[in-house]
Design a protein. Sequence first.
Length: 134
Amino acid sequence: HQYRSVFDQAFTTAHWKPVFLIDADSVRLFPYLVMYRTANKEWIFSVRSYAMQDYRDKFKVCLKVTSPSETLNPNQSVESYHGYSFDGSLLSCMDDEQEVRASGHYLSLTDQQVKMLKAGSTLLRYFVKIVKRD
């Protein structure tokens, strides 16, 4: 079986398994990152939660997509990394694609933007921060 780049797969949607974002501060939200590429070569990133809406509304999400070559510094804030970012609300685990798009609470990138991030065989790196709203 020969490897095919995701960029060579026209007219198909590519999904990755959700990435659960669990730490001591966010365990009650049970948040996870959803990432997929549409048949129209659009990349969608959203952060969803199993929590009830009244609890989800107390938090906001900061999502940053960068190049894998970005140097990590534990003392550096996520906001200072180069790349594409989104600040918004956590979505419900029950939201379908139409509801996600209608909400506007997602990050959308094109194939070209993702290709510019790629380093070696790794497409991108992402950072997610969930914080209490003021």
